[in-house]
Design a protein around this ligand. Sequence first.
Ligand code: C5P
Ligand code: MG
Length: 209
Amino acid sequence: MNSAKRLLKISEMVHKVVFVLGGPGAGKGTQCQKIVDNFGFKHLSAGDLLREERQKPGSEYGELIETYIREGKIVPVDITCSLLERAMRESGTDKFLIDGFPRNQDNLDGWNRRVAEKVKLLFVLFFDCSLEICTDRCLSRGAAGSGRSDDNLESLKKRFNTYVNETKPIIEHYEQINLVKRVDASKTQEDVFEDVKAAFVDMESAGDN
Ligand code: C5P
Ligand code: MG
């Protein structure tokens, strides 16, 4: 490997990642925005990247993505991972909040296969919130004109099923290896952010970042 390539490899290796997980409506996107403003991370939402890809005229995967989203199912990882990898490459930064990923075992396997070795996973931020509160938030968001094809009761039921059956086991996997920082996400945005801040300050003082 020549020195330029080696340098590139080293700079890739120091990319840092925080995964952000939680049910639909737990407040992942809202809190990520606050983290970006306060801690200088780049926010990459897997759901947003998929919605963006779906909108692209002539996108090879547009229809597939729309069907998966409406059905609350998890898109095959190679599609999602490619979008994430491209966004990371193009961002010019090295600290990422990856929101809504890994959502199932396929996501986790794909990440481990394609990316894990090149980045440092700092921790998994888990927004824990009851299904009742999550449902209310998503329905209000839909009523307020989110324009999302999945903020309706029928899609929400499917999204919750996916969350409970497929995403929860991924959170449990990370809990077993002590990488999860859990936040009670049923509180107000401001109170949730107090706990989120504590998680990031903890990380900074542990010298993990
Ligand atoms: O995170 P968000 O609620 O925006 O995700 C919306 C939808 O996008 C999910 O219900 C799922 O259909 C799709 N998605 C996915 N894989 C991910 C993240 C989101 O298929 N890792
Ligand atoms: Mg979101």
